[in-house]
Design a binder for this molecule. Structure first.
Ligand code: CU
Ligand code: ZN
Length: 171
């Protein structure tokens, strides 16, 4: 009954997305002595999962950014496993290739400037924080040493210099 009232309330008062989940990840260096850092903010919106990633203390240039299968950044990020690939497809660029032509965490590259900082903002239709499919909550976001050139099988992006586990923070 409370939920019914809340729905009616949202319709009456025009709240567009009453139960949007949000989440975050704190990106940390995987190597001792590295000061790579960053964070990701994720929000479910009617248009998809909105994701804003910021990194600092990263060598200038393009760096591959993906969601990897497991929420574990141990062993220089290798414990995160491979790219999150729920549909068993080839590596690509999710915003343009979609789920038929890209892994669910194929976000391409984050461009880092001369000051060592970079920002990437994407809204990804059908990607979710929680739920049964295309779910990124509890997995790891991985920042790579090199550029993702979209080659197979994982974009030739080299080592994993930053990693953070995506946690769901609530509505
Ligand atoms: Cu990766
Ligand atoms: Zn991939």
């Amino acid at each position: 009954m409370k939920r019914v009232i809340a729905v009616v309330g949202c319709v009456l008062f025009g709240v567009p997305w009453a139960w949007a989940e949000s989440g975050k990840a704190v990106i940390q260096a995987t190597a001792e002595g590295s000061s790579v850092s960053g964070d990701a903010a994720l929000t479910e919106t009617p248009d998809g999962l909105k994701m804003t990633v910021r990194v600092s203390n990263v060598p200038p240039g393009k760096h591959g950014l993906h969601i990897h299968q497991f929420g574990n950044c141990a062993d220089q990020g290798n414990a995160a496993g491979g790219h999150y690939n729920p549909h068993g497809v080839a590596h690509g660029f999710l915003p343009s290739d979609g789920f038929a032509g890209a892994h669910a965490g194929d976000f391409g590259n984050i461009e880092v400037g001369a000051d060592g900082t970079g920002m990437l903002e994407l809204t990804l239709p059908d990607l979710r924080l929680g739920g049964a499919s295309n779910t990124v909550g509890g997995r790891a976001i991985v920042l790579h040493e090199k550029e993702d050139d979209f080659g197979q099988p994982t974009g030739n992006a080299g080592g994993r210099i930053g990693c953070g586990v995506i946690t769901i923070t609530g509505s």
